[in-house]
Ligand binder design. Structure first.
Ligand code: FE
Ligand code: CA
Length: 536
């Protein structure tokens, strides 16, 4: 079925249609950042609106269809004093045009932030306009919060009130205990999000999502392994358009455990390949899409990513470019360095000499400099690097991962030697792997300079098994300390003195969401002594 055109998509011409009003010179990000207070740009971009102007909005919002908060609420990018709030209005999340059943007009949304769940102690109120150009999403940033503190938030649109979300700012001092989980690869059609059902019980300080929030493939009888699920034909085609990307995010977000996980803690989110197309790099498609067409796919993929996730305005795409690498946390316990290992990478190597070229980069020169400067300048006890693909040396054939960029890996490992307690978090491979990162991977006896915690998928590849055909490639390395091919998440506890990492699994995801949670391995990493001591 061809997507139905929505009136707000009138600017969507075949070329340069990613921009709608947003790259209008009056409305783009650069202009916005030069403005102070609430401007027309802030209104258009869904980050702020004058509360006084919203009195008439109540009457306006009264005309809305019921159930506008059908995609839930979320928060993200917490700092020691700030957090980004998110919602996207969609009374009919699966409307085929991707607009979620919203009328094609801007809708004012109010929000409030409180220190208690019953909103007796409201500490911040604000407003933002949900515009059809951004699929009725809003991304207000709340500042002036206390560090290391729990907050509750909710939105109002017309007379409708959203579910309540819980969020938390990062701790400022070094003596806190900070607990987070990592997740990645949530192919909704391959299984239930059982891992999130367990994750929401953890009362976490944060969730770090490491890529493949959606998959672009058509959903058909062949890959729909989630028992009890059914989809209509518009989900059966591989994604090409902004409407289809929006609809795909909506479909995945209809999962109640995913919505609960967003409402339970602030998320740091980065992407991997499937937010655009399998195994792409920069403007290069693995499927023969010409670069001049591929940038269009990238633009609409990046656009839908922004619309659907609790990321700050700095990530708003300009055409096919979007700044996803960023840092958070000026506190003394932990700093997060979020990487983008897709947008700036060099193409696949043509031969071994090319693969080993000194100037090859998976991050791109600018992001490399930014990362090494940020690691060197960090005063935090723990430096957590949220990264898409495997850093540890596994096999030189895996050129989609850091194995395809050995010179860049050497530069990263060199930077880690002078970094306070670097920890790399990784997704992508759909397996749990714990690895020690060596100063020189050609010499396994060389010093360990950091650790890499690779989390398995939430659902991608279905049930999985403890071992599989890929196990030998990984466990032959002495620095690989764990391999498990089942679904789940990684739970991490940081204190000034140590990091504890626990690899959690659920034994099945295809049949139902009832599987229990188990811990397959627990490691401790003492501060100042990189490595993985296995506790259980
Ligand atoms: Fe994946
Ligand atoms: Ca991937």
């Amino acid at each position: 079925m061809a997507p139905i055109r929505h009136p707000a998509d009138r600017f969507l011409s075949p070329r340069f249609d990613w921009v709608d009003g947003v790259t209008d010179p009056r409305l783009n990000r650069r202009t916005f950042l030069q403005l102070s207070g609430v401007s027309s740009a802030a209104l258009a971009l869904g980050v702020a609106a004058p509360i006084g102007a919203l009195a008439s909005a109540e009457a306006d919002g009264a005309q809305l269809p019921d159930g506008v908060f059908g995609l839930g609420v979320a928060s993200g990018d917490p700092g020691t004093g700030s957090v980004v709030l998110w919602t996207r209005l969609a009374p009919e999340p699966l409307a085929p045009d991707g607009h979620g059943g919203m009328p094609p007009r801007p809708v004012p949304v109010r929000y409030e932030v409180a220190t208690d769940e019953s909103f007796r102690q409201v500490v911040r109120r604000g407003a933002a306009v949900a515009s059809p150009e951004l699929a009725h999403s809003v991304h207000p940033q709340v500042d002036g919060l206390d560090p290391g503190r729990e907050y509750f938030y909710r939105f109002h649109a017309g007379r409708q009130v959203s579910p309540t979300g819980r969020t938390k700012t990062l701790p400022a001092g070094p003596d806190a205990t900070f607990r987070f989980a990592t997740a990645s690869c949530q192919a909704w059609y391959h299984g239930h999000f059982t891992a999130y059902r367990h994750l929401v019980q953890e009362e976490l300080d944060a969730v770090v999502f490491l890529g493949d929030y959606i998959y672009e493939y058509g959903i058909t009888a062949a890959n729909l392994w989630r028992a009890g699920a059914a989809v209509t034909p518009e989900h059966g085609v591989e994604i090409q358009t902004l409407e289809q990307f929006r609809l795909r995010y909506s479909l995945f977000k209809t999962d109640p455990h995913l919505q609960a996980a967003h409402a339970a803690a602030p998320w740091f989110v980065t992407w991997d390949d499937h937010e655009v197309q399998n195994n792409y790099g920069a403007d290069g498609s693995r499927y023969g899409v010409l670069p001049e067409h591929f940038v269009h796919l990238r633009a609409v993929g990046y656009r839908a990513f922004y619309e659907n996730l609790p990321v700050s305005l700095s990530t708003l795409p300009e055409g096919p470019d979007s700044t996803v690498y960023r840092r958070s946390g000026d506190g003394e316990l932990v700093r997060f360095h979020v990487l983008d290992t897709r947008q700036y990478r060099d193409p696949l190597p043509v031969d071994t000499a090319d693969q080993n070229r000194e100037d090859r980069s998976i991050l791109g020169a600018e992001q490399e400099t930014w990362l090494y400067d940020g690691l060197a300048g960090s005063t935090a006890a723990w430096n957590v690097i949220a990264n898409g693909v495997t850093v540890a040396a596994i096999t030189t054939n895996r050129t989609d991962q850091w194995d395809g960029y050995p010179a860049n890996r050497r530069r990263l490992l060199d930077a880690m030697r002078t970094t306070s307690n670097p920890v790399v978090l990784t997704g992508d491979i759909h397996k749990h792997v714990a690895a020690e990162l060596k100063a020189d991977f050609t010499d396994p006896a060389s010093a360990t300079v950091g650790v890499e915690l690779i989390c398995t998928s939430i659902a991608s590849d279905g049930d999985g098994a403890p071992t599989d055909a890929y196990t030998p490639d990984w466990v032959r390395h002495p620095y690989v300390r764990l391999y498990d091919g089942r679904r789940g998440y990684v739970h991490v506890t940081l204190t000034r003195d140590a990091m504890t990492s626990e690899f959690k699994i659920v034994p099945w995801v295809e049949a139902d969401a009832d599987a229990p949670l188990a811990t397959v391995a627990r490691f401790v990493t003492p501060a100042g002594a990189p490595g993985l001591e296995r506790l259980a």
